[in-house]
Write a protein that binds this ligand. Structure first.
Ligand SMILES: [Zn+2]
Length: 241
């Protein structure tokens, strides 16, 4: 196959791949997967927040429990002094008793606060579990959508794979320099890197070229450049190169 024919075939193949990929991307199942993934990111962020909240509440609960244990130990120590009978001074006993009362009130207060914290923690845990189950359900739904997409898009994907293989064979026919030029033009010019001279018109930009330009092109090699869009312009196909 000559360079010009291979170039036109490669360009046609690339357009086919682009169209098939677009069809695949536009399948409703694909959009549904993308939408779901967007929602999943939001839910996962929420889940991370809930986990942090629960961890903070757990730490606060441990601190409160430690504090209550410390107060209880103080009370027990004071009570031991009272019970030992070693203190006979009435004033000292009274003062100890007041101290025990004060500590007991502190302990009651802390215990009430702890109860409130525990309720908050339970609510937080329930919320976190609810979010986790939502994440799980969303993952199951995603797997289901992917299976559906693969079923519907499977044929299309197989077509694209086949086209890509054919593309590789065509690309091998082209000289390295020509292929590189084609690739960079394709990237720069919305996926279309080659035009064909049809009469006096470039098939890519559809501009009617002045006759002296057309003459210069037809007198030149099989592959020129469109003076208007600067894409590669195939002038003759089937020439021996
Ligand atoms: Zn052109």
């Amino acid at each position: 196959m000559d360079q010009a024919t291979a170039l036109v075939a490669l360009s046609d193949k690339d357009l086919e791949i682009t169209r098939a990929t677009k069809r695949l991307d536009e399948l409703p199942e694909k959009q549904a997967i993308l939408d779901l993934r967007h929602k999943m990111r939001e839910i996962e962020a929420l889940s991370a927040k809930a986990a942090t909240y629960v961890a903070q509440l757990e730490a606060a609960q441990r601190r409160a429990e430690d504090e209550i244990a410390t107060i209880a130990a103080k009370i027990a120590a004071e009570q031991t002094k009272v019970d030992s009978g070693a203190i006979s001074n009435h004033k000292e006993l009274q003062s100890l008793s007041r101290e025990i009362d004060s500590l007991s009130r502190q302990k009651d207060k802390r215990e009430n606060e702890l109860l409130t914290q525990m309720e908050k923690l339970e609510a937080g845990k329930a919320q976190a579990e609810k979010i986790a189950s939502t994440v799980e359900k969303a993952r199951a739904k995603e797997a289901q959508l992917i299976a559906q997409f693969q079923k519907v898009g499977g044929d299309l994907q197989a077509d694209i794979e086949k086209l890509k293989k054919q593309r590789v064979s065509l690309a091998k026919v082209l000289d390295t320099e020509l292929l590189q030029r084609y690739e960079s033009l394709r990237a720069a010019k919305h996926g279309l890197g080659v035009g064909i001279l049809k009469g006096s018109m470039c098939s890519a930009c559809r501009i009617d070229l002045p006759s002296e330009r057309v003459m210069a092109l037809t007198d030149g090699g099989p592959i020129g450049e469109c003076p208007s869009c600067h894409r590669l312009l195939v002038v003759h196909q089937g020439d021996r190169t």
